[in-house]
Design a protein around this ligand. Structure first.
Ligand code: AHG
Ligand code: MN
Ligand code: MN
Ligand code: MN
Length: 336
């Protein structure tokens, strides 16, 4: 029917969040305003990513970041866009970005009550070859608006109010949780709006996929080696699992969320705390996994229970289908 082609009941991300926020009577729309600025940043980056090859936006920016990584032009551009959007929202107080060595303390005149930790461009190694990349973010409430310190962003993941990611791939998909389930929105470029396409995402309890960089196998500990061995040569006669590894956390996590399975970035001898950063990679993705019925483990504890001591702390992470992560926890308990 013609009507279907132009559905008039489209649920945009802004309307969806307004509906969710209506549940907290004290909400003044601040979160919705913050989110609309994050959404703007994602739309800007989506547009830049789509033109990257044409707009000479690929390649190196000629700088290195605090991680010791060579910054790509898109890393730098995305970071500037998100910092400016978040500050101008007037709803943020402290910002932590993978691309900035120090936290950003917003000018008091523009301060709001939220802290945002973000990875403006995740999967930078995949920019130049056109493979999916993304943005990851996690949101805290400041502890005391009259005494803003770094402690406001060194909170355990269990204190995060909301988290999400935007994946710039064949379509632009924003996945968000504000603490009551996970919802996916797809950008309709003709409207410039994110439309609800994946309501109430739940991750399958068990999966048939494992996702890890096998190139690090010689550095794995016994528990990881044993788990991967079981994936490849199951003892119980079940078929081997498939290996899928894209190398952009956003893409690997998005597939895990929708299809099930487990994503691993273990510690290894080279990097004893693994590679992924707690505040803007491990916490937001762990938050989403738990909200979708999955779980996330560090090899020692529930990932969200970590309390970071520095804003760029790293942690090993095993996240995904509940039962698959249980198997890894059992192996760590057995082999500890
Ligand atoms: P970023 O591009 O933001 O620095 O993150 C890259 C991360 C993450 O996206 C991905 O899961 C991981 O690096 C891949 O690391 P390896 O190339 O070592 O497997
Ligand atoms: Mn990086
Ligand atoms: Mn990243
Ligand atoms: Mn990054």
């Amino acid at each position: 029917h013609a009507a279907d082609a132009h559905r008039t009941d489209l649920m945009t991300i802004t309307r969806h969040v307004l509906n969710e926020q209506r549940r907290n009577p004290e909400s003044r729309g601040d979160f919705t305003i913050l989110l609309s600025h994050i959404v703007f940043g994602c739309k800007f980056v989506a547009s830049a990513v789509n033109k990257a090859g044409l707009a000479k936006l690929i390649g190196l920016a000629g700088e290195t970041n605090v991680q010791g990584e060579e910054q790509k032009k898109l890393d730098v551009l995305s970071n500037e866009v998100f910092v400016k959007a978040l500050v101008s929202s007037g709803r943020t107080c402290v910002l932590v970005s993978e691309e900035d060595e120090e936290a950003t303390f917003v000018d008091p005149a523009l301060r709001g009550k939220y802290c945002v930790c973000f990875d403006p461009l995740d999967g930078s190694s995949n920019i130049d070859c056109g493979v999916s990349i993304g943005t990851i973010f996690g949101i805290y409430m400041i502890k005391d608006k009259d005494n803003v310190t770094l402690e406001d962003v060194l909170q355990p993941g269990t204190n995060m109010l909301a988290a999400g990611y935007c994946m710039y791939g064949s379509s632009c998909t924003l996945v968000l949780s504000t603490g009551s389930g996970v919802n996916g929105f797809t950008l309709d470029p003709s409207l410039g709006e994110f439309i609800l396409t994946h309501p109430d995402i739940k991750i399958p309890k068990k999966g048939k996929i494992y996702s890890v960089n096998e190139g690090n196998a010689q550095n794995w500990d016994a528990a990881v080696a044993k788990f991967v061995e079981k994936c490849k040569y199951p003892k119980d006669g079940s078929p081997p699992k498939s290996l899928r590894y894209i190398g952009s956390m956003v893409a690997d996590v998005h597939r895990t969320l929708l299809y099930g399975g487990v994503f691993l970035y273990p510690a290894d001898k080279k990097s004893p705390n693994g590679k992924l950063r707690v505040l803007y990679e491990v916490f937001p993705m762990s938050f989403l996994m738990e909200q979708a019925g999955g779980q996330s483990f560090t090899g020692k504890e529930r990932a969200l229970d970590l309390v970071p001591t520095n804003i760029h702390d790293r942690s090993p992470v095993f996240l995904g289908s509940y039962d698959d992560v249980e198997e890894i926890k059992a192996l760590y308990a057995e082999l500890a």
